[in-house]
Design a protein around this ligand. Structure first.
Ligand code: FAD
Length: 350
């Protein structure tokens, strides 16, 4: 734990693998920039790895004022012991007031162990972060400018705002794809601070002999149009209709968790609270009821078209266009109209 430090910077963990930054630190930088501007402090990025200095340029272009670089052979591959040691050492040395991590496999492994080692708080899986005040019940003290850590709780039925006014740094993991990523500004200037990371005495508990990286089959976050199917599709074979409509529209294929659990489509395609969060220009939801956990992953789409037999389905409450009908009848008609040159709007009307 560090002392409450109002001048502390806002930091993000710059997750990288094999010298490649993932999207999530770039999304975090956009949010960190906004929080830091409110607090009038700089943005820092913790960049850990071996031979990764060149990534500092990207982090600065995306909003970091300082990049705290720990470049060490012991950080060549992610291991909790070495990454945790280096991050705790940076936090103790520079005392940031906020540290943000992606809620990725790495972030979910790393952040709790940093919190435990530092004896500070951590809120997992935030969907929003803001700066605000908090006066605990029965207290005279108003804690100003805290990190409001906002996340769904109780299966998404409530949105909880969590604050940490005394066990700093304030730490949170943030779901991938939730924060928009700002454009890079290559002309931005920043500083690279080379740090030791306290790794000299550390004996790595694991020796990684080989690793294999499995690429995701689909990049839903990058897709402008997504056609998604749910339990209402009825079978893996019938999911071909979803693939056909997607193909016609040059879209990616998504699925609800029910569709994934039923084996209609692979997990890489899952949209929602425990899947991918997407913001496409168009999201076509076919046979999806629109449970809150599904909506959490797609409700920021610019336009939503829902096809469902049940006019009371919650998906219609957020859809811009709705078709009450059997997708087995509606989708083939849409495909025919699109192949005949109709736009998606014209096809939906057909
Ligand atoms: C902690 C937690 C995390 C979760 N995470 C996720 C997540 O990431 N993503 C996610 O999707 N869910 C998630 N869920 C599950 C979620 O609560 C729902 O169970 C799930 O989204 C339902 O999927 P569905 O809409 O496909 O199925 P259903 O709710 O069964 O809905 C099927 C829909 O299809 C319609 N239908 C049936 N036949 C047809 C037809 N022929 N034509 C058109 N419509 C038809 C029905 O009217 C119905 O509305 C999570 C749940 C929990 C508790």
């Amino acid at each position: 734990m560090i002392d409450v430090n109002r001048k502390g910077e806002v930091w993000i963990f710059a997750e990288q693998e094999a010298g490649q930054l993932s999207d999530v630190p770039l999304e975090l930088l956009t949010k960190a920039r906004e929080l830091a501007d409110t607090l009038k402090v700089p943005v820092g990025a913790m960049l850990l790895g071996s031979g990764v200095k060149s990534l500092a340029e990207t982090l600065i272009a995306r909003g970091a004022d300082k990049v705290y670089l720990v470049d060490d052979a012991k950080l060549a591959r992610y291991q909790n012991a070495s990454y945790r040691t280096a991050i705790c050492s940076l936090i103790e040395q520079f005392k940031p007031q906020i540290c943000l991590y992606g809620a990725t496999a790495m972030g979910r492994d790393l952040a709790p162990t940093v919190a435990s080692a530092m004896k500070c708080g951590l809120t997992a899986d935030c969907t929003d972060l803001q700066i605000g005040d908090h006066k605990p019940a029965g207290s005279e003290v108003n804690h100003e400018n805290l990190l409001l850590q906002i996340r769904p709780a109780f299966g998404g039925n409530i949105i909880a705002t969590i604050v940490n006014y005394d066990r700093w740094p304030q730490m949170a993991t943030v779901r991938e794809g939730v924060m928009p990523m700002s454009e890079a500004k290559p002309s931005r200037k920043g500083q690279v601070v080379a740090c030791k990371g306290g790794l000299d005495a550390l004996v790595l508990p694991l020796e990684v002999l080989e690793s294999e990286r499995r690429e995701k089959k689909v990049n839903l976050k990058a897709s402008r149009i997504i056609v998604a199917g749910g339990a209402g599709v009825g079978s893996r074979d019938n999911f071909k209709l979803i693939w056909d409509l997607a193909h016609c529209l040059g879209a990616a294929v998504g699925g609800s968790r029910a569709a994934v659990d039923l084996g209609y489509v692979d997990h890489d395609h899952q949209v929602g609270q425990t899947g991918t969060t997407v913001r496409p220009a168009l999201y076509v939801a076919c046979g999806i009821s629109g449970a809150v956990q599904h909506r959490a992953g797609m409700q920021e789409a610019a336009k939503i078209l829902a096809i469902n037999t049940d006019r009371e389905a919650p998906i219609f409450s957020i859809a811009h266009y709705g078709i009450v009908g059997d997708m087995n009848i509606v989708i083939p008609k849409m495909i025919k109209a699109i192949r005949g040159g109709a736009s998606i709007e014209q096809a939906a009307k057909a």
